[in-house]
Design a protein around this ligand. Structure first.
Ligand SMILES: [Zn+2]
Length: 274
């Protein structure tokens, strides 16, 4: 199964927020999503990254506060939909979008894929029904979701398939063993990752913000952890599970969405096949 990394843009950040104890240097966090060419199910996106729609949505109060915390750079030609065109595909060819969680840097381009079923957990779907301040509390911006999300949702109710290491029971999305979803709670309500055994890759989403954090079991700064994340305790537990999984499966390539090592592989607006 061919995997493409799509770099859809970035937000300004500080190194010490991403990694506790790091310098207070300004940095950027790239929003990278993954396009999977599934042999029988067609195109599958794991998240959709940023799109200019995010900048529009951030103009409305109270979501403008979110925009101030994470100043975004996103261009139309950098969006996942535009990149698909350059790869010779069309947005309508995407049959499934796996939404790891509902933060703006992961669902910013979701409205560009009107033919896709939207794969998300029940917990994430519950977040999608929030509005105003309650939505903002979950860093969820309602304008980024298509109006027909409820009819297109493929809701993951339970994870009852063969376990995957420290993560416990997985969910075999297509029943063919090629996309095994695992729970990565803590950063956002109902967050999931995807293990792709044929490629020996684990898509980590924001289960950790860098490979260094996973290797060293190193948490993010206390401020985002306790203010912006859904559950600090679960975040640290998930990080510990990723750390253990990495030790037990050193051959598996872990890809956190915002990892600088991943961003080094692909510039803003560009894609690369793994
Ligand atoms: Zn993120």
């Amino acid at each position: 199964m061919k995997i493409h990394l799509l770099n859809t843009g970035f937000c300004a950040a500080s190194e010490h927020h991403l990694l506790r104890g790091a310098a207070r240097h300004p940095t950027t966090a790239a929003a990278i999503c993954m396009l999977l060419e599934h042999p029988t199910r067609g195109l599958v996106l794991f998240d959709t990254g940023y799109a200019p729609r995010v900048l529009e949505a951030f103009k409305t109060f109270p979501f403008s506060l979110y925009g101030r915390l994470t100043p975004v750079t996103a261009l139309a030609e950098w969006s996942a939909a535009a990149q698909l065109e350059r790869l010779g595909f069309h947005a309508r060819d995407v049959h499934f979008v796996i939404a790891s969680h509902l933060h703006a840097d992961h669902i910013g381009g979701l409205c560009d894929f009107p033919a896709a079923r939207i794969v998300l957990t029940r917990a994430a779907l519950n977040v999608s029904r929030l509005r105003g301040w309650r939505a903002l509390r979950h860093a969820f911006v309602p304008d980024l979701l298509p109006a027909d999300v409820e009819t297109r949702a493929w809701i993951l109710e339970d994870f009852a398939d063969a376990p995957l290491g420290a993560f416990g029971r997985a969910h075999d999305l297509f029943g063919d063993g090629m996309v095994r979803l695992v729970r990565l709670p803590g950063h956002a309500r109902g967050q999931i990752g995807a293990y792709l055994p044929t490629e020996n890759v684990l898509l980590v989403a924001d289960g950790a913000w860098s490979m260094r954090a996973i290797r060293d079991n190193h948490p993010p700064d206390a401020l985002p952890l306790h203010i912006a994340f859904d559950n600090a305790k679960q975040t640290l537990e998930t990080l510990g599970k990723l750390h253990r999984f990495h030790l037990e499966h050193p051959a598996v390539r872990l890809l956190p969405t915002h990892c600088p090592q991943v961003a080094a592989l692909v510039k803003s607006g560009e894609s690369v096949a793994l």
